[in-house]
Design a protein around this ligand. Sequence first.
Ligand code: GDP
Length: 205
Amino acid sequence: MNNPESPGNPFYQRACFVTAAAKPDRMPPDRGREVAFAGRSNAGKSSAINTLCHRKQLARTSKTPGRTQQVVFFALDETRRLVDLPGYGYAKVSVAVKLQWQRLLMAYLEQRQSLTGLVVVMDIRHPLTAFDQQMLAWGQRMELEMLLLLTKSDKLKRGAAHTELDRVTKTVATAGGQVQVELFSARTRLGIEPVHRLLDRWLGV
Ligand code: GDP
């Protein structure tokens, strides 16, 4: 059981904003290691990043659609970074913007040498949306290690959350690849320790 009062992991508390890039040539040099976070808009991605870094406002929550078309880089130290990938799912967004989003995401996932792991943040009440499945397929094609984070798990009773965890774990196991699934909550901080351990491994901490 996680202790909500437990002291944070100091390594992740150091995260600081580096840059927001709308094009691959605006991204920081492709050296060292980084872990990227993807998620459908409103899934809880920004809250998950803020919780993992013990910060209130590192990644922006409740963003406007225009702001979401950027890849945002946070430095943990000189060689390690966390990356906030553009969210997806605003009904109002035009086809042109969706294509731009897809191109940026593909360029990042296909070309980024320092990318060592991909976290796909999903609302536990609506997991494995078409977006999530597309991210899974891309991650598998790139042979990336992946973590599916079932966040907002405080919204379900403990038994129901574990049932959902089992269901999603079984579903992705059949798809193959290196995919791990964890329960998470930005509200209760459930899952923060196993996720830090996995990030430590991916980042070589
Ligand atoms: P993003 O668009 O994926 O970055 O999503 P946000 O992090 O902005 O979260 C969307 C909404 O869900 C906000 O109102 C958050 O307060 C809420 N939220 C995010 N994570 C949790 C969680 O773990 N538990 C609960 N109860 N609400 C959450």
